[in-house]
Design a protein around this ligand. Sequence first.
Ligand SMILES: Nc1ncnc2c1ncn2[C@@H]1O[C@H](COP(=O)(O)OP(=O)(O)OP(=O)(O)O)[C@@H](O)[C@H]1O
Length: 367
Amino acid sequence: MISFENVTKHYEDGTLVVDRLSFTAPTGKLTILVGPSGCGKTTTLRMINRLIEHSSGKILLNDQSIEELDVVKLRRKIGYVIQNAGLFPHKNIVDNIAVTAMLNGATRHAARKTAMELLERVGLSASLANRYPWQLSGGQQQRVGVARALASDPEFMLMDEPFSAVDPVVREQLQDEFLRLQREIGKTIIMVTHDIDEAMKLGDQVAVLMPGGRLAQVASPAELLTSPKSPFVADFIGRDRGYRRLTFSPLQPQLPLQTEPTVDLGESVMRARAVAQGRWILVTGQNKPLGWFDLELATESTIELSDINLGSTFSPLSGNLRQLTDAVLSSPCQRGVIVDDEQQLMGTLGFDDVLDVLRASNKAVGL
Ligand SMILES: Nc1ncnc2c1ncn2[C@@H]1O[C@H](COP(=O)(O)OP(=O)(O)OP(=O)(O)O)[C@@H](O)[C@H]1O
């Protein structure tokens, strides 16, 4: 774990940038630092690997003060990923990654072997190994940056806006891949971001800093969304925090599911009309719901795959309230389809049912 105990940083000109900061980043978890520009996030991160020296208080790695460690040894324990990856322009990709393993004493051969394995682990093709950084896209460079930090198998990782230099679509891919990777490697990570959605998506816990480098709140994303400790935190988390909170609210097993009539793919439109409740009929194939068929637009006598409004409105029973709400809002007939883990139909829910579920969920957390 990484602990801050009453840590302060002021510069020689007297500027106080971190003010009596105390929090713990637990072992194997991802802690995110967020806060407005200039509130001391990067300073906080860089004090851990002593790129910036703190003025007072204690920073501990697993109960050992960072001041007791030789600075080179300290940095070898800590992987560091920065915005724009910071790769060496004159080294090819495999050597960019291998360099950290070699700093830790690995032979060139062993380090390159590790680098090739890591390349694959962060979702890059081995064929990129001999390219130079400028021959990769921004997203690929960021992945190399993560691989390089992992090459020395550090116990701790510090990441400063690692995904912010790429477009939103690539950023989301990188986040998903990183979450998968972290589930495997379980490093103790502190990450800085200015993107509150990223913080809520990735963080096991989120520390919100205020201007002046003071801690406003440290809590899990769900707790920050339900119980912001101050108007500053509520404001910072944003206006749509009620909607965001839905992601962290699992569905309760006792959903008021409605029985939904279905027909199989290839069945006759006439039979569909006989069983349907209104204009839309849910079509199944091998007992799994496939999508909705619009009886008003039926031109053939049987139901074909190409006529079905496919898939997007399904919510898994093991999912969350956001998926459920989205399933209903995206459905052409305002009925969200609920499926179990084997994609079997459980039933449907309409607008009113979802409102009841949302009401019950708010009540359960005292709202
Ligand atoms: N050498 C220095 N001397 C005086 N003040 C400094 C020095 N370096 C940084 N600062 C100030 O420290 C404050 C915190 O900077 P820091 O980069 O940690 O903030 P941040 O929260 O990471 O900001 P951003 O989100 O904009 O990256 C800023 O107000 C900055 O101007």
